[in-house]
Design a protein around this ligand. Structure first.
Ligand code: IMP
Ligand code: MG
Length: 184
């Protein structure tokens, strides 16, 4: 990215796919669903960094029951905009998850490899229950069978940016989800 070329930067935001209002409405509904499932035992929202940090910030404020927050950093390696199929946990949780209903909070499920690995790992730690909520789902791109318990939006096979999702670390701060123009 030529970070000093603002016109090029802006021209790569091809079109808005999901607006701020649409995201807010879907998060409100999901927050209500999660709150309704509370049974008196603690909920731990596990945010997979970096992509889910914006989603987590809004989702946790749509939840009205007690919940804690934890962070894990999972890096899926990319060649440009294509997954290279290698997932590495570069930062782990500090909580003992055996005391929690764990809800993994992810930005997008693409090939499914990241969450497949993260879920496998967290299951070995015996949480009370384990669920996955993802903002976006691209089911047409799966390489391993993986289904989220809650997916707010299903999208076609486009590389998307914004609302936490990046291309080369840029565009995470867009308040909406946009399609990225790979031709420029
Ligand atoms: P997976 O392991 O292929 O399912 O990919 C998961 C990770 O790849 C996500 O958590 C994102 O960080 C990244 N990713 C996948 N698709 C996109 C996209 O369209 N835009 C930005 N990041 C993406
Ligand atoms: Mg991610």
């Amino acid at each position: 990215m030529e970070e000093n070329n603002i016109e090029l930067y802006q021209s790569r935001i091809k079109r808005v796919l999901i607006t701020q209002d649409e995201i807010a409405a879907a998060i409100k509904e999901t927050g209500e669903k999660i709150s309704a499932s509370y049974d008196g035992r603690p909920i731990l929202l596990v945010s997979i960094l970096k992509g889910s940090f914006v989603f987590l910030a809004d989702l946790c404020r749509a939840i009205t029951v007690p919940c804690e927050i934890g962070f894990m950093c999972a890096k899926s390696y990319y060649n440009g905009t294509v997954s290279a199929g290698v997932v590495k946990i570069t930062m782990d949780l500090e909580q003992d998850i055996s005391k929690y209903h764990v809800i993994i909070v992810e930005d997008i499920i693409d090939t499914g490899r990241t969450l497949n690995d993260v879920v496998k790992l967290l299951k070995t730690r015996k949480p009370i229950s384990l669920k996955v909520v993802t903002l976006l789902d691209k089911p047409s791109r799966r390489k391993v069978a993986f289904e989220a318990d809650m997916a707010l939006f299903t999208i076609p096979d486009h590389f998307v940016i914004g609302y936490g999702l990046d291309c080369g670390e840029y565009y995470r701060n867009l308040p909406y989800i946009a399609e990225y123009d790979e031709t420029k």
